[in-house]
Structures are given as structure tokens and as C-alpha cells.
Design a protein around this ligand. Structure first.
Ligand code: MD3
Ligand code: FE
Length: 217
């Protein structure tokens, strides 16, 4: 599986530490992964986080698997071992998800968190932000896109300055390390309804799923 994954072609991004493998996962692998995420989400249901302080709801819903999950509420952003609404420990990371990390970040220690973001409406997006709630930025972040295409924006390590846009399609995998690990990034727009993939597999309403694996501590 690992060897087969690595036969796929990486394309140059021109951004230091930002690596992209278009359609690293074929449609069969995408479906199998979505089925595992759907059954994982029966144990850890998708919920809608709110922004720190304002309590404003996110436009996306989220869940996690692995030892730790990323959550946001009025008190702030943090990682915690249990679901904020059910109090139950996060389910294990599906093996197929974990194998993508092993293939693309073989030198890194095991991922501790897999955040699952579900973009379920035409309006769902994620504003430009940096990911800095982790104690260690030396490990890479590995991200898997499934379902409808999205326009991803990535800039530098300050909020101002030039950004680049990349379309992310189902099965695409990104690795962010080095300089780009602390780059500002976000999802500008999802081409909602462009694929029927999620709706077929156990995500009523369809849309886009993003899986992000990280080291936390
Ligand atoms: C660049 N998610 O969950 S994935 C996030 O598609 C997040 O749901 C987006 O940004 C999504 O924090 C983008 C790609 C990604 C993930 C983590 C990164 C890009 C990153 C961390 C540092 C730099
Ligand atoms: Fe992010």
C-alpha cells in the first residue's frame, strides 16, 4: 500500500515545504476512507464549534479521531482527549488514514490528532489563519481532501503579503512542513454539489471532507 501510494506523482508547488500529490487516493480508496470516517463519526458525531469569546458558530462542522482532538469554544482553542458534547474519548484513527501519514512522513513520529472538517453547504469556508495550537512545529501536517473541490489559499508566515490559490480535488493529499507549516492558509470556497461522492457514502447533504493529521505535543 505504501509503495503503491508513492508511485503517484507529486507536483511542484514552488512554496518551500508545501508538497502536493493530486489524486494520491484513487476513487476506490476515497470511498473506502469515507466509509471508515462515516462509521467513526457514529461514535464521535460531527458538531458545530463556536469561536472563542464571540461564540459565533463556525460555518463547518467537525469531529476528530486519534488520541487528541482539536476543539474551539468560548474559552478558546485547545486539544483534548474527549468529544466536547459526548465526553467520550475520540475513536482510533482509521488505518487507511494513518497509512497516508506513514507513506508521506515516514521519518516523523506518529500523528496524535486527525481533525475532520465537513463543509456541508455552499457557504462553508475557513478564513485565513495559522495553525499554532500545537507544542511542536517540527513535525509536518498531512491533509487529505475528499468530495467536492475547494479553493485553498496559502500565503507566508505573516498575514499580509502574497498568497497563492490551489484547487483541491477529491483524493488530493498535501504535506506542510518547514516554512509552510506556519503559513497563513484557508478555504475560500467549496464547489458545493460538484461531486456526489459524500452523499453516496454516508454523508447526507454531501459537500467536502478534509482530514488533517498532526503531532500535537
Ligand atoms: C497549512 N483545514 O483544519 S487543509 C485546518 O481544508 C485547516 O479544511 C483546511 O486549515 C481544510 O486547520 C485546509 C490544509 C492545511 C492544514 C493544515 C495546515 C494546510 C495547512 C497547517 C499549516 C499550514
Ligand atoms: Fe489550518
Amino acid at each position: 500500500m505504501t509503495a503503491k501510494l508513492l508511485e503517484k506523482r507529486e507536483i511542484p508547488t514552488g512554496i518551500d515545504g508545501f508538497r502536493l500529490w493530486p489524486e494520491l487516493l484513487d476513487v476506490a480508496a476515497q470511498r473506502a476512507m469515507l466509509a471508515e470516517i462515516a462509521s467513526m463519526a457514529e461514535k464521535a458525531p460531527f458538531y458545530r464549534p463556536v469561536m472563542p469569546r464571540t461564540g459565533r458558530p463556525f460555518s463547518i462542522t467537525m469531529t476528530n479521531c486519534g488520541d487528541l482532538g482539536w476543539v474551539s469554544d468560548k474559552e478558546g482553542y485547545r486539544y483534548q482527549p474527549a468529544h466536547p458534547e459526548t465526553g467520550t474519548p475520540w475513536p482510533a484513527m482509521p488505518a487507511a488514514v494513518r497509512r497516508v501519514w506513514d507513506a508521506l512522513a515516514p521519518e516523523a513520529p506518529s500523528p496524535q490528532c486527525c481533525l475532520v472538517n465537513w463543509y456541508l453547504t455552499e457557504k462553508a469556508r475557513m478564513g485565513l489563519h495559522q495553525d499554532r495550537d500545537e507544542a511542536d512545529f517540527t513535525a509536518p501536517v498531512v491533509s487529505i481532501s475528499l468530495g467536492d473541490p475547494a479553493r485553498f489559499r496559502i500565503g507566508g508566515t505573516t498575514r499580509k503579503g502574497k498568497t497563492h490559490s490551489v484547487m483541491l480535488n477529491s483524493g488530493d493529499v498535501m504535506v506542510l512542513s518547514g516554512e509552510s507549516r506556519l503559513a497563513f492558509h484557508g478555504i475560500d470556497h467549496v464547489r458545493f454539489g460538484a461531486t456526489g461522492l459524500l452523499a453516496e457514502i454516508g454523508f447526507p447533504g454531501g459537500g467536502r471532507i478534509n482530514l488533517t493529521m498532526r503531532r500535537v505535543s
